[in-house]
Structures are given as C-alpha cells and as structure tokens.
Design a protein around this ligand. Structure first.
Ligand code: ATP
Ligand code: MG
Length: 423
C-alpha cells in the first residue's frame, strides 16, 4: 500500500471542540467589530515580495528568515502573507481608499511564517486584525484598544493585561535609538549573536529579545521617556487618559517595542498576568494580541504620509484561552421509522420546516430502521419526533419526546411555518 501523505510541519487540522473554539473567536470578533463600525475586508493570501520587504523592514525576523517566498511561473517573486498590515496598506494605496479615510477595517484569515513549530506557534496560523487608517488623533488608538479589551471580555478571557508603551515620534525614536546603541555597544561581546547584529541595524529590537544573555542588559537600558518630544508626550498622555475614561486597564511597559520597523507612538501587547490561569494555558508563547501606530508605513510603500494604527491577535492563542467548546446541542431529531416514500418525505419535509424557522434539525433515516431511534437518542437532541405507519400503510401522527418546553418551542416553529404557507 502506498503511504498516505502527511500534513506539512507547523500546519494544523482543526476539528471538534477546538474548531468550535476557533469559530467562537471569529464569530465574537465579527460581532464586536460591527459594534465599533469596523468595515470588513478580504485580502489576498499572497502579495509581491516587495510589499512585505519594503514595509516590514529587511532587518526584522519576519523578512530576514520567516517568509515563504517563491518565484511563480512568470518568474515574479511572491510571498505568502506573514501579516495583514502590509497588504492592507498596499490595498489602501492601490485602490484609492483615501476617499474613505479615516477608515476602520477588520479582517481575519491564515498567515504564514517559517518558524520553529511548538505549542501556540505554527507555520500556518490565523489572526483577527483591526486597523484604523487615516486617523492621526490619539482617540483612534483609544477606540482600537477599547475594542480589543471588549473582545477579550466577550470571549470570557480573564487575567490578561494591556501592556502599553510609546516609541515617540520620529525624532524621539531616533534619539532613543542612538542612546540604546551607546548602551548596548558597551556590552556588545556579552550579547547574543542575534543582538550583536541588531545593534547597528535595529537596536530597539534588542529590547524585544527573548534571549537571557540580552535581557540582563535590557533592564537598565535608557528609557524612551527621557527622549520624548513635547508633542509625543502629549500624545501618549491623551492615549492613557482616554483609556482610563473608557475603563480599559493598562500597565506601562517601558521595554515594549514591536518587532516591526514601521511603528511610531503607541505600541502595545495584551499579555497574560504572571501566575494566572491564562499564562498557564499559553506556556511560553504568551502574547495574544499586539499592535500599535504605524504612521511611517505608507511612505515606505511610496504613498503619501498616512497616520494609522492597528492590531492583530492570534486566533489559536485566543482559542486556547477560551478552552474547548462543545457544539450547540441538536434541537430536533426527526426519526423515519420505515422506508416508504411517504415516511421519508414526511421526515425530510419536517426537518426542512424546522430549519427554515431557525431550529437545528437532523433526519435519522439511514441504516436499520430499528436502530434509528436509538441513534437519535444518542445524538442528545432536545426533541425527538418519530414518524411511523400503521399496519395499513397510513402515516401516523408523529410521536414527540423531550422536555415540555422544548417540545412546545419546536411545535411552535413548525406551526409558524405552516401558517406562512397558508398566507
Ligand atoms: P511573537 O513574539 O510571539 O513571535 P510577534 O510579535 O511575531 O509574536 P505579531 O506579528 O505581532 O507577533 O502577531 C500578532 C499575534 O499573532 C501574536 O501576538 C500571536 O498571538 C500571533 N502569532 C504570531 N506568530 C504566530 C505563530 N507563528 N503561531 C501562532 N500565532 C502567532
Ligand atoms: Mg514572531
């Protein structure tokens, strides 16, 4: 026998309670984004490689070692999207979405990164994503974060806190960067190899390092606050007081930077509190939602300067916190207790009528007629409705089984359907 093919390393086949949790995350996101009037967009799964190379930055982990890039049959270099923001920025410019600015956008779907697969970290994973493009004011950051906070609450996720920082405006960020280079250069030989390389290209990223050798020197590194311009400080103050007004709890995280080059001002992550149940469920892959303001991105793609702020959250990590979820119980099981055409059509039509009225129904009409009723009982259906014939082949009134209230609800739905037919 030929061997059956295996799935690609780092991909997942999601089924059962895990798939229900995944769907619950997406459904809740869809509901909440509508409350905040974010407009849905669907984006291509691949883009020209330069879209990511130019916007995310050549020195980032994503571009330097995580992208799935390939030449297509026409010889063009394409890349499976490793994140949403760059593609959305490209779409904003190529479609002239400036006409809708400020525009609030939401999407979800698969992303691809060549990483070392482990719990909570995959090569194909999924995100929900929200962006506000064309809004320069700190109130946009506040609204975006309030939406994230409400989403987590509606998912029933507890023990997770918003960690917040500012990277300042372009000038503040430059001055901070220079001070960080001085600070880390003094201990260069003791840094990890990766960070030695980052030192010249992208020193902010050393703060983000997960390597213990680097973390020793992160604690006493210069802080952005010393370098903030008055404007940048006022912006951050407006964000924090807006969050307080909106009732969003936050905590200052002075070493928090985002991995990507294009961030300015607000940077944030939602992280499980140490020792919380959420932290236990996630293990070492702890960040569930991250984002910030990326006022510099559109220019790196050749567009006009455009202020924007956004976030993305891993659906798998959110689903891990939500826990396994059962499928909704079946409401109506229709049992066909024989194999005449009359019985089968009574069963099919009853189920069809119930579904038209929003009642989840399934027909049990396959296999041995004697066992159909048992299967219906096993399905856990709230109501069982069995169709049979008498000895002369006449259709009998269906037998109903279940709680009185459930039977009443199903009967009501069927009556409603019948009434509509009469009108
Ligand atoms: P990390 O530090 O965990 O690598 P990141 O900074 O690369 O995260 P972002 O690019 O900001 O992550 O993506 C936002 C969110 O997407 C993360 O907080 C996480 O929930 C999720 N995510 C990122 N990479 C993966 C992955 N390989 N597998 C599963 N989820 C992921
Ligand atoms: Mg990463």
């Amino acid at each position: 026998m030929p061997k059956t093919p295996q799935a690609i390393r780092g991909t997942q086949d999601i089924f059962g309670p895990d798939a229900e949790a995944f769907a619950f995350v997406v459904e809740t996101f869809e509901r909440v984004r509508k409350l905040y009037r974010f407009r849905r967009v669907e984006m291509p799964v691949f883009e020209k490689t330069e879209v990511f190379a130019r916007s995310i930055g050549e020195t980032t982990d994503i571009v330097s070692k995580e992208m799935y890039s390939f030449d297509d049959r026409g010889g063009e270099s394409l890349t499976l999207r490793p994140e949403f923001t760059a593609g959305i920025a490209r779409a904003y410019l190529s479609n002239g979405w400036q006409q809708y600015a400020p525009v609030k956008l939401a999407t979800h779907g698969p992303l691809f990164r060549y990483e070392r697969p482990q719990k909570g970290r995959y090569r194909q994973f999924h995100q929900i994503d929200a962006e506000i493009i064309g809004a320069a004011e700190p109130q946009a950051d506040v609204e975006l974060l309030a939406m994230a906070d409400q989403l987590l609450k509606e998912l029933g996720i507890e023990g997770v806190t918003l960690h917040l920082n500012t990277l300042g405006d372009g000038d503040s960020r430059e001055a901070w960067r220079a001070a960080l280079v001085d600070h880390f250069r003094a201990v260069k030989d003791e840094l990890s190899e990766d960070s030695q390389e980052r030192l010249e290209k992208n020193p902010l990223r050393i703060l983000d390092s997960k390597d213990r050798r680097d973390q020793r020197f992160v604690a006493d590194a210069p802080k952005i606050d010393q370098f903030l311009s008055d404007d940048a400080r006022a912006f951050f103050d407006a964000v924090t007081s807006g969050l307080d007004a909106a009732g969003v709890k936050w905590q200052r995280a002075e070493s928090l930077v985002r991995g990507l080059d294009y961030y300015r001002h607000t940077a944030f992550e939602f992280i499980p509190d140490e020792g919380s149940e959420a932290a236990g469920k996630l293990g070492s892959q702890s960040t569930i939602l991250g984002g910030g303001r990326y006022d510099g991105l559109m220019e790196s793609l050749g567009g006009a300067a455009t202020p924007a702020v956004g976030w993305a959250a891993g659906i798998e990590r959110l689903a891990m916190l939500v826990g396994e979820r059962e499928e909704d119980a079946l409401e109506l099981a229709v049992v066909v207790e024989g194999d005449t055409e009359q019985l089968h059509s009574a069963g099919v039509r009853t189920a069809m009528m119930a579904r038209s009225e929003g009642v989840a129904a399934e027909v049990f009409a396959a296999g041995s007629p004697r066992k159909r009723f048992d299967k219906a009982v096993k399905s856990g259906a709230k109501v069982i409705m069995a169709f049979g014939e008498d000895g002369e082949g006449n259709l009998q009134a269906p037998r109903m089984k279940g709680d009185e209230a459930d039977i009443e609800r199903v009967s009501h739905a069927l009556r409603e359907f019948a009434l509509k037919l009469r009108d």
